[in-house]
Design a protein around this ligand. Structure first.
Ligand SMILES: N[C@@H](CCC(=O)N[C@@H](CS)C(=O)NCC(=O)O)C(=O)O
Length: 200
């Protein structure tokens, strides 16, 4: 399989962590690309019209995106269930919450990095942060029992989302007032899958 990737992308990290947790990392070759909202990698655009990462090309030539579709697909290749039937909706909503947190965090970065300086909209950035930190609060409020149970895709998505907040928005300190989630993350981020995929 071929994974279009970038080591800094938190959505790619979800896939890379799952590959390791599932023991599939040896089955994937990574193609590192640089693609942004205003400058698409055209090789990637040839297989995914949205030119976004992660994009996975399977051994039988199917192109899969986005991260949630790829992760559901990888889950079908192994016996361990990362989307366990018995808590499927909880897992999916937790993953969606973490992904929404990431959408907000990534948009904040794009606003400063991609938009011309005189057009940067501070109110937009702060509104995205409000979403991200509300998601952190909601995860701690509703999902600690789930997170303290067996690892599934919800755990992986939350781990990658919190890792991204540290990586790009560390100064905003999501940990403040979220001690239980902080403790969970400290332990989850020690996993080999998380250590090996830490963004630099
Ligand atoms: N919902 C998508 C989001 C993927 C995404 O936004 N990836 C970013 C990198 S972190 C990207 O490819 N950006 C390029 C663009 O916006 O065109 C997923 O879960 O895979």
């Amino acid at each position: 399989m071929k994974l279009y990737a970038s080591p800094a992308s938190p959505f790619v990290r979800k896939v890379r962590v799952l590959l390791r947790e599932a023991g599939l990392d040896g089955k994937v070759d990574e193609k590192i690309v640089a693609t942004t909202a205003v400058k698409s990698d055209m090789g990637l655009a040839g297989v995914n019209p949205l030119a976004k990462i992660p994009t996975l090309v399977t051994t039988d030539g199917k192109t899969l995106y986005d991260s949630r579709v790829i992760c559901r697909y990888l889950d079908t290749l192994v016996e361990t269930e990362f989307y366990p039937e018995g808590r499927l909706w909880d897992t999916l909503v937790l993953e969606a919450t973490a992904d929404g947190l990431l959408d907000a965090g990534v948009l904040m970065v794009y606003e400063r990095r991609v938009r011309p300086e005189e057009k940067v909209f501070e109110g937009w950035i702060e509104a995205q942060w409000d979403k991200a930190i509300r998601a952190v609060g909601a995860i701690e409020e509703r999902w600690m029992e789930h997170l303290n149970g067996p690892v599934d895709m919800g755990h992986i998505a939350v781990g990658c989302a919190l890792g991204y907040l540290d990586f790009r928005h560390g100064a905003r300190n999501w940990r403040l007032g979220h001690g239980r989630l902080d403790d969970w993350y400290a332990s989850f981020s020690e996993r080999r899958s998380m250590q090996e995929t830490m963004p630099e």
